[in-house]
Write a protein that binds this ligand. Structure first.
Ligand code: AMP
Ligand code: MN
Ligand code: MN
Ligand code: MN
Length: 286
């Protein structure tokens, strides 16, 4: 039986073990290939350490790998993720910026551990760091450790009870301002795209304000199709992109076969009249 959802040959948002994905970059590229996707971007949170390994496997399987990153930033006290596509990962301005975020993540892990300890859950920081294997440490690693140790039934409960905004072990995020993230991406020759616009739960007016500031900062597009969005978001976001003269991107936000619901490539077709971000960037995709 064929799958009811068409597979897109392009998927420009996914994670590997270099951040909070569960697959090695190499295994991820193999899965992308098996899913029938031909053009992929690896967009790990706040670092580009997985790109070298991914590019070796991509070359072997004739997958077009677009170098990417998903930068954690802030706009008006709201955490905002900015996807950088077609970046030069060797760029010094980008890497210097990312290293600042990674340092904040290290400090935050210590704080989350301290707060969990205060809530009667000892050793979480060491546990999360072990789950991260010395790579980027994030709340997903704490969530997986809380589940493995039996404190929570699943990751969703871990975020709902401890790690989410306003919860017991929530550390107010101190990410860099959104325009700085856009600036680093542009400095690295990349295209900045607003990640999963539906996830921020903003009103229409606020989303429009965010997108206008994002565009003024040098951002060129938004994810019109995202793995986790609600029905109707695609049309709504496509309309916004057209009205604001912004390009559209497509990305599943895949983290691994057992993480969330986003499958590689599914439901990622841009609505008519939305200019694809790769055309706007002048990148030929095959
Ligand atoms: P961080 O960047 O370390 O603050 O963690 C954010 C990441 O946590 C996101 O990129 C998701 O991968 C994951 N995440 C956020 N909310 C949830 C949730 N409710 N359940 C599972 N994972 C989540
Ligand atoms: Mn993540
Ligand atoms: Mn994100
Ligand atoms: Mn992501």
């Amino acid at each position: 039986m064929s799958h009811p959802n068409p597979v897109s040959p392009v998927d420009l948002h996914m994670h590997s073990l270099a951040s909070d994905g569960t697959m090695t970059p190499s295994d991820l590229v193999q899965r992308v290939h098996a899913a029938g996707v031909r053009v992929m971007a690896l967009t790990d949170h706040d670092n580009t350490a997985g790109l070298a390994e991914a590019s070796v496997q991509a070359a072997a399987l004739d997958i077009q790998l677009i170098p990417g990153v998903e930068v954690s930033s802030e706009w008006s006290t709201q955490g905002i993720h900015v996807v950088g596509l077609f970046i030069d990962p060797a760029n010094g301005i980008l890497q210097e910026g990312l290293s600042r975020i990674m340092a904040f993540r290290d400090w935050r892990a210590l704080e989350i551990g301290r707060l969990l300890d205060g809530a009667g859950i000892p050793d979480a920081e060491a546990g999360a760091r072990a789950m991260a294997g010395g790579r980027m440490v994030g709340r997903s690693h704490f969530a997986r450790w809380l589940v493995r140790e039996g404190y929570c039934a699943d990751a969703n409960e871990a975020f709902g009870k401890y790690l989410g905004r306003g919860c017991k072990a929530y550390v107010p995020s101190d990410w860099i301002p959104m325009p700085e993230a856009v600036g680093w991406i542009n400095a690295a020759g990349g295209s900045a795209v607003l990640a999963h616009p539906g996830r921020y739960k903003l009103s229409g007016t606020r989303l429009r304000a965010l997108l206008t500031e994002f565009r003024d900062a040098g951002g060129i597009g938004l994810e019109v199709c995202s793995g986790s969005q609600a029905a109707g978001d695609r049309e709504h976001l496509g309309r916004l992109a057209r009205q604001l003269g912004m390009a559209g991107s497509v990305g599943s936000d895949f983290h691994g076969p057992d993480v969330g619901h986003a499958a590689i490539g599914h439901l990622l077709t841009l609505p008519d009249g939305v200019e694809p971000v790769w055309d706007r960037a002048g990148i030929h995709i095959h």
